[in-house]
Design a protein around this ligand. Structure first.
Ligand code: FES
Length: 96
């Protein structure tokens, strides 16, 4: 038997309503132009287009994402690349 868990992603600095995302998917799959203010470019963690401040429950960045974050947002402890972000609970995302 499989469970289909969903979480809520809020965008507090925008007019977008909270989006419901699948727990098993990266946000680059769950979020679209229609349901979020986040723009995606490469979707592979290279370009930085999807840079956000993220709070909530999520897997930590891997070494590759951490390297990009250290260049793009070295002083922001909550910075994440939304395209690499896999939720583990409800999230709040703000564009950086
Ligand atoms: S879309 Fe390029 S780093 Fe996320």
């Amino acid at each position: 038997m499989t469970t289909n868990t969903h979480y809520t992603v809020q965008f507090p600095d925008s007019d977008y309503a909270p989006a419901t995302v699948n727990a098993d998917q990266l946000l680059s799959v769950s979020l679209t132009l229609e349901n979020s203010p986040i723009l995606f470019g490469c979707r592979t963690g290279i370009c930085g287009t999807c840079l956000v401040s993220a709070t909530g429950e999520m897997l930590p960045p891997d070494a590759d994402e951490q390297e990009v974050l250290s260049i793009l947002a070295p002083d922001c402890a909550t910075a994440r690349l939304a395209c690499q972000l896999r939720p583990m609970g409800n999230l709040s995302l703000t564009l950086l």
